[in-house]
Design a protein around this ligand. Structure first.
Ligand code: KIV
Length: 272
């Protein structure tokens, strides 16, 4: 066992369960690189998601669909190196588990072996249950993801709130129960009415982590770049901004440009 981080007690899936049972809310954020993961881990975040939202915020794609398994493993490996305490969850990207349960298992094993992460997340309900079972059978913890599942955005056609209608809400509850029964350790619910989240939380004993899913979830997740105000063009109602890094970074870069152009930087104290 490595002694490098042996002083720090890691958050485990069992601890998340205990937090739910104790009524302590779970905090979760995305991270995709070493430096940011190090900061949010040191700040005390419980769970770090290496989300396939890296496709949007890191690679500039319109959707999460283009990111590859190799690219996810690259991001995951950088995050794992930085993190001492948080539980790390890695999204299995689009096209790496929908083909068959064998494909899902192969992808999950590559993520775990090559990055050193602690668990994976998969989008979907009963239609991916065989794959979820297969991955779990290899001892890989799985987090489910229901509601707005961005890998299926071309099926939905819009990023609007999901499961407002009775039929879709009932299907979501059934899917959530099936994922818990198969052994998922937690479930992300994205962009659904808060009353539906309350019902799912009441039905399930595993933690439910919400994003745009209201206050009844057992925890909350946000994309770090959104909550830090790095990209202010994305403005959904559910997003609370905790910083305006766009302004801070822009001001700092403008000041640097001014100092270089005016020959103020570097001065003699900043030279050898
Ligand atoms: O990829 C991601 O960032 C996610 C969160 C929005 C839950 O799946």
């Amino acid at each position: 066992m490595s002694t490098k981080f042996s002083q720090v007690k890691r958050v485990t899936t069992h601890q998340l369960q205990a937090m739910k049972e104790a009524g302590e809310k779970i905090s979760m954020l995305t991270a995709y690189d070493y430096s940011m993961a190090r900061l949010i881990d040191a700040a005390g975040i419980d769970v770090i998601l290496v989300g396939d939202s890296a496709s949007n915020v890191m690679a500039g794609n319109e959707t999460t669909l283009p990111i590859t398994l190799d690219q996810m493993i690259y991001h995951a490996t950088s995050v794992v190196k930085a993190v001492q305490r948080a539980l790390i969850v890695i999204d299995i990207p689009f096209g790496s588990y929908q083909g068959s349960s064998q494909e899902a298992l192969r992808s999950a094993i590559r993520i775990m072996k090559e990055s050193g992460a602690h668990s994976v997340k998969m989008e979907g309900g009963k239609e991916i249950l065989e794959s979820v079972d297969r991955v779990l059978s290899a001892g890989v913890p799985v987090m489910g993801h229901l509601g707005l599942t961005p890998q299926a955005i071309y099926k939905f056609g819009t990023y609007a709130v999901r499961a407002r209608e009775k039929e879709e809400a009932e299907k979501l509850i059934d899917d959530a129960i099936a994922l818990e029964k198969s052994g998922c350790f937690a479930l992300v619910l994205e962009k659904v009415p808060s009353d539906l989240t309350r019902q799912v939380v009441e039905e399930l004993s595993i933690p439910v982590i919400g994003i745009g899913a209201g206050p009844h979830a057992d925890g909350q997740v946000l994309v770090m770049h959104d909550m830090l105000g790095i990209n202010k063009e994305f403005n959904p109602r559910f997003l609370r901004r905790y910083a305006d890094l766009q302004e801070i970074i822009t001001d700092a870069v403008r000041q640097y440009i001014t100092d270089v152009k005016s020959k103020d930087f570097p001065n003699l104290d900043e030279s050898y």
